[in-house]
Design a protein around this ligand. Sequence first.
Ligand code: 5GP
Ligand code: ZN
Length: 112
Amino acid sequence: MDCLFCKIVEGTIPSEKVFEDEFTYVFKDVNPEAPVHLLIVPKKHITSVDYLEEKDKELIGHIFLVAKNLAKEFKLNNGYRIVNNTGEDGGQSVKHLHFHLLGGRSFNWPPG
Ligand code: 5GP
Ligand code: ZN
């Protein structure tokens, strides 16, 4: 499958890995929007939140625990933001489910 993040998970496209386990791969965003900007992706290809199935429930919970642990590791003690963009209006550019973990500065709400 011609998927950028599948290739990053496989290692055929290089990335700055910060964490990996059986289910997830985490790397630095190439175009960071904050001092800490990580992308947490499931190793299994899921196109977006729109494609989640019942059997993915545990995986998504696991991803949030990975995010929490990384926030601690990167000392985001003052808070952080976890972002998922879905589809065209959501601003999703890579069609492999991913969660942005952003921190090291404060963020506005609502987003633009
Ligand atoms: P989206 O807009 O789909 O929510 O987020 C995709 C993110 O992937 C963007 O923040 C973009 O900077 C990042 N990105 C796109 N291509 C690459 C790449 O080849 N390597 C890395 N590390 N990040 C990428
Ligand atoms: Zn993929």
